[in-house]
Design a binder for this molecule. Structure first.
Ligand SMILES: [Zn+2]
Length: 315
């Protein structure tokens, strides 16, 4: 039977009717009224009604860009949406006669990758999503890891530098400050300031203004030495973080998603190299694979739908 997945992000709400094999058969998309929690519920309920019209639906999974509790019902906190202890599950359930479960959006995307993407051949997978920030998801022995309070797998806040750069989470030295799209832009701008291999980046900035992700991405794709250097620096930090994660989780596979991952091997090569340098029991520890995510934009809705379907058939 089909399930519905809804992915509530800071800027848009995506919804889809999804088959048991992860195929999308209908979809919908609306801007998020981020400051209006009641408006979000109205939109989600309307979306569920539209998507379920004429189809048999077993469950609805809602992926939310925030910290979700262990009961998968309340969003404790969201950085980009006005949710503080928002009882999302109860509010939607009151108006929709289907089982509803809430999950963190990065966890839902990671689950989709595990079930239907790069992770479908392994039991243990760690995913890092390299967008503006760094998101994470862990699948261990075929189960999605959520932690005791539900707020686990926030891998972007793994500390890689004691007393390092301040992070939006309030701590310092998190990998998000060294391995994210925002960090890539910081490094590219520093190279543009320094001249040398950053000369072409400095010219680009003089022409187009402050370097953004699109411009740096174009320079990486064109093989510009400065832009590629910045990406390699990013990869070295991510490789270190993966070595620490490997000591704890021992995954067979690391998967990289998000906008920066379109760089492919240019990102994976320095990650692999730095990983091997920092890996405990180097030379004896079996080597995990490093791959780019296969499901790009739809991962959140597909994962949320699948998690909801599994949850409802188990419960
Ligand atoms: Zn942090």
């Amino acid at each position: 039977m089909h399930a519905i997945g809804i992915d509530i992000g800071g800027t848009k709400i995506a919804g889809a009717l999804v088959t048991e094999s992860g195929q999308i058969v209908a979809e919908d998309r609306q801007p998020t009224p981020a400051g209006d929690p009641a408006g979000i519920v109205d939109l989600v309920v309307a979306m569920i009604e539209r998507l379920s019209l004429g189809s048999e639906v077993s469950a609805v999974g809602v992926a939310a860009a925030g910290f979700v509790d262990a009961a998968q019902s309340t969003v404790y906190y969201a950085p980009n949406i006005n949710w503080r202890n928002e009882q999302l599950q109860r509010l939607i359930s009151a108006r929709v006669d289907l089982p509803i479960t809430i999950d963190n959006d990065a966890n839902a995307a990671g689950w989709a990758e595990y079930r239907f993407g790069a992770g479908r051949t392994v039991t243990d997978m760690t995913m890092l999503t390299i967008g503006t920030g760094v998101g994470g998801a862990i699948v261990s022995q075929g189960r999605l890891f959520r932690g005791g309070f539900g707020a686990g797998a926030e891998l972007g806040h793994l500390r890689v530098v004691p007393d390092g750069l301040p992070c939006g989470c309030g701590a310092r030295g998190c990998i998000e400050q060294y391995g994210s799209g925002r960090a890539l832009l910081r490094m590219a701008n520093a190279l543009a300031d320094a001249g040398g291999i950053g000369l072409a980046l400095a010219d680009a900035r003089a022409t187009h203004g402050e370097l953004n992700g699109t411009i740096v991405g174009q320079y990486i794709a064109a093989g510009d030495p400065g832009a590629v250097h910045a990406l390699q620096e990013l990869g070295r930090w991510l490789g270190q973080a993966c070595a620490s994660l490997s000591a704890v989780l021992d995954p067979q596979l690391f998967v990289f998603g998000g906008g920066v991952a379109v760089a492919g091997d240019l990102l994976l090569d320095p990650i692999r190299e730095s990983f091997l340098q920092h890996l405990p029991a180097r030379g004896y520890h079996p080597e995990p694979r490093f791959e780019i995510a296969e499901l790009v934009n739809d991962a959140g809705v597909v994962g949320a739908a699948d998690l909801a379907r599994i949850h409802s058939s188990a419960g």
